[in-house]
Design a protein around this ligand. Structure first.
Ligand SMILES: [Zn+2]
Length: 296
């Protein structure tokens, strides 16, 4: 039995998972990333203690950032305001709970989860994206996580530029995939168009009511997403692409993004690659982290 956590900048999901990767129970709490590392760490401790029992053999976590899974260190993150840079999370938690702790990048865990248990189950090579407050990218090759020689696969959302002189990203670049397609991008484009500040959900609700500028902001993000997806598909030539996270639920974003992606594909064979939504939803990172803990 293990405790698995999905730690995002917006929410933390914690689950008790049995040896057959079945989720026994699960809770969700708000991260409050703005309150700083100490506060977030305290939240992580408390949520683990809620599910703690004598049968727990491991703890595993999917965290948004550049992660050294072998050492269990968060090398860099951009959505926790840099607070967790060089944090040895594995060591901190092992000291507290006295069981082995495994740490992976959240998108890497998402893709591994979908690849083994979800939408990518019948495919060998899966490319996955978590579209939320930030954007995560992960890949599995022959059902195994591919992290890159320097754990940089998770950071690729900052290496691919989809809009020259585009929105500024937390990483320091302008117009990178993450800066141009995330929930934060949607809010920024909406603000540029209307001078008003609204959350992604509110913008989506406005678009559903046929409000022109909300629809325009979503379309802008969709177009950027399509260009970005095409870059990744051209590079990796996967068997399937799986999209997860809050933004993938927005129908008016998802469809035009795929239309745009197809305009930029480099070979007609790439048109066959299915682009589908996550099957596991919010359980994907939890189950992927659990699988990672059992394979490291
Ligand atoms: Zn960036």
């Amino acid at each position: 039995m293990l405790i698995s956590l999905d730690i995002g900048a917006t929410k933390i999901i914690c689950a008790l998972v049995d040896d057959n990767f079945k989720i026994i129970k699960k809770i969700k709490i708000i991260t409050y990333a703005k309150k700083g590392k100490k506060f977030v760490l305290q939240n992580i401790f408390e949520v683990i203690k809620k599910f703690w029992n004598k049968n727990v053999e491991k703890i595993c976590l999917g965290f948004a950032g550049k992660i050294d899974s072998k050492k269990g260190i968060i090398i860099r993150e951009t959505n926790f305001f840099g607070d967790f840079k060089n944090t040895p999370l594995k060591k901190i938690l092992e000291k507290e709970f006295k069981v082995p702790v495994f740490l992976g990048n959240d998108a890497q865990c998402f893709v591994l989860g979908e690849s083994i248990f979800g939408a990518g189950k019948n495919f060998n090579n899966v490319l996955g994206f978590t579209l939320g407050t930030g954007i995560g990218v992960g890949i599995t090759i022959n059902k195994k996580s591919y992290c890159g020689a320097h754990y940089l696969i998770s950071e690729i959302a900052h290496h691919i530029i989809v809009e020259e002189n585009g929105l500024k990203c937390n990483c320091g670049n302008r117009g990178c995939f993450e800066a141009s397609t995330s929930g934060i991008a949607l809010e920024k484009y909406y603000k540029i168009l209307t001078k008003e500040k609204k959350t992604g959900i509110k913008i989506y609700e406005e678009a559903l009511k046929n409000k022109k500028l909300a629809k325009k902001a979503i379309l802008k993000v969709a177009k950027n997403l399509g260009i970005g997806l095409a870059h990744f598909v051209n590079i990796f030539d996967p068997d399937i692409v799986v999209l997860g996270g809050g933004l993938s639920e927005i129908k008016t974003l998802y469809k035009p993004a795929i239309v745009e992606m197809k305009k930029h594909l480099a070979d007609k064979d790439l048109f066959k690659i299915p682009v589908v939504k996550s099957k596991l939803g919010e359980n994907a990172i939890i189950l992927g982290a659990a699988k990672l803990a059992c394979s490291l």
